[in-house]
Design a binder for this molecule. Structure first.
Ligand code: CTP
Length: 409
């Protein structure tokens, strides 16, 4: 899911975080959105309209009486064209105004005269944020249907540390994409495996594979956007954890197996459901070295070569699918030949309702992919697309197949 075709009206108010709004404008466009910037007069003291105009290619408005707008109804014209208004940064003053329904400048008037969603990213000093008046305003805004994004905790421009900092632009993008995504997995807990595993030979060497983890991480992100609680058990990869996803890092197949089973056995946290969907995307090593050396293997002379002997790793997916309390299981398959027959046989062998086969073998590390879905009713292709778009499509396919009993009321 991206912001393709979405028209975002980006409202910038007068806080020092206004400089980050420039990057946000850029990232919104990168995600596919068209961006129209409206600034308060105070915001223009921090960043000039020319910056936003250059970044978005659109004129920037801050004056309610701007003669560039037909019939002088800027507040109606601009919000009519928007799919959402995002105010970032939203100062304590602007939040107070919006909570009261005041409208004494263009941006506050737009926020009142709208029939599209309003999102706000608070940004202020920690004392201003924790002040009872601001907290009251935040509650009022939420009660009025405004979505508050953040704030974050951390170092502040004033030199203090605490809650009130604006979310970073990339985190805001994630929240905005999630806001628009249909909540097809709301109430579900999805457990995933992703990435390769690493099987040690000795303390400095091991056997792994070319899996980058990109598809599994994209899927974890898409499940989160779709409203699920998400736990991701990841082999050794260098990818950033998708926002809002709980990540457990492992190295070996045995550790991945143990982490998955522990997650399924754990008493569910208060209010959180037990994992009811399991998606095995990891490229798990089928074998591990039977007796890895505790010390580094030495090359004793020019001729000597070590002999490795292997033992089989547990099949995580099949093990989960066999459980009496098995979640809805989705397997992935990389096949080098006869994809359809091998995929169908693998689905039966693993005992899973849905198997997703990668079409073509050179998918490792790429940013796009093409998938074949195999279930009891037959096969269906998801045509080549970026891994994020494919992940969103796959979430939809999984949500449609979830047994009625697993769908929350
Ligand atoms: N899988 C797993 N645990 C293993 C091996 C595989 O959970 N020890 C999962 C993978 O995450 C994937 C599915 O099983 O979802 C199929 O993996 P794949 O490597 O294609 O199949 P294998 O069972 O290893 O069979 P083969 O390599 O012989 O094709």
């Amino acid at each position: 899911m991206t912001l393709d075709g979405k028209r975002i009206l980006l409202g910038v108010t007068g806080g020092v975080a206004a400089y980050k709004a420039a990057e946000l404008a850029r990232e919104l466009q990168r995600a596919g959105a068209r961006v129209q910037v409206v600034m308060t007069e105070a915001a223009t003291r921090f960043v000039t309209p020319a910056t936003f105009q250059a970044l978005t290619g659109e004129p920037v408005f801050s004056d309610q009486w701007d003669a560039r707008i037909d019939n002088n109804m800027a507040h109606i014209e601009l919000s009519r064209r928007a799919d959402a208004i995002v105010v970032a940064p939203a100062t304590a003053d602007f939040m107070a105004k919006a909570a009261q329904g005041l409208c004494d400048d263009l941006l506050s008037t737009l926020c009142l005269a709208r029939d599209c969603p309003l999102l706000m990213a608070p940004a202020m000093n920690r004392q201003m944020w924790s002040h009872p008046a601001t907290q009251r305003n935040a509650r009022q805004l939420a009660a009025d249907g405004v979505t508050l994004l953040g704030p974050d905790s951390g170092d502040q421009a004033c030199g203090e540390t605490g809650a009130g900092r604006m979310l970073e632009p990339l985190d805001l993008i994630e929240e905005i994409i999630a806001f628009f995504a249909p909540k097809r997995l709301a109430g579900h807990h999805v457990l995933l495996t992703a990435g390769p595993t690493f099987e040690p030979i000795d303390p400095v060497r091991g056997i792994t594979n070319l899996s980058s983890g990109k598809m599994g991480f994209a899927l974890a992100r898409a499940c989160r956007h779709a409203g699920a609680q998400v736990t991701l058990v990841a082999g050794p990869v260098t990818l950033a954890t998708p926002r809002g996803v709980a990540r457990i890092d492992v190295q070996t197949a045995q550790q991945m197996h143990d982490a998955v089973m522990a997650e399924l056995d754990a008493a569910p946290a208060a209010g959180a459901p037990r994992p009811d969907v399991f998606i095995a995307v990891a490229a798990v090593a089928d074998w591990r070295i039977a007796n890895p050396s505790r010390s580094k293997l030495k090359k004793t002379d020019e001729q000597s070569v070590p002999t490795l002997s292997f033992t089989q790793n547990p099949d995580i997916l099949a093990g989960v699918a066999r459980r009496a309390d098995a979640p809805y299981c989705v397997g992935f398959a990389a096949e080098s030949e006869d994809l359809e027959a091998n995929g169908a046989a693998k689905r039966q062998r693993k005992g899973v309702p849905l198997l997703v086969a990668n079409i073509g073998h050179a998918t490792f590390g790429r940013d796009d992919n093409e998938l074949l879905l195999i279930d009891a009713d037959g096969q269906r292709r998801l045509p080549r697309a970026g891994k994020n778009a494919l992940a969103a499509a796959l979430v939809e396919e999984i949500a449609r197949r979830l047994p009625v009993a697993r769908r929350p009321a």
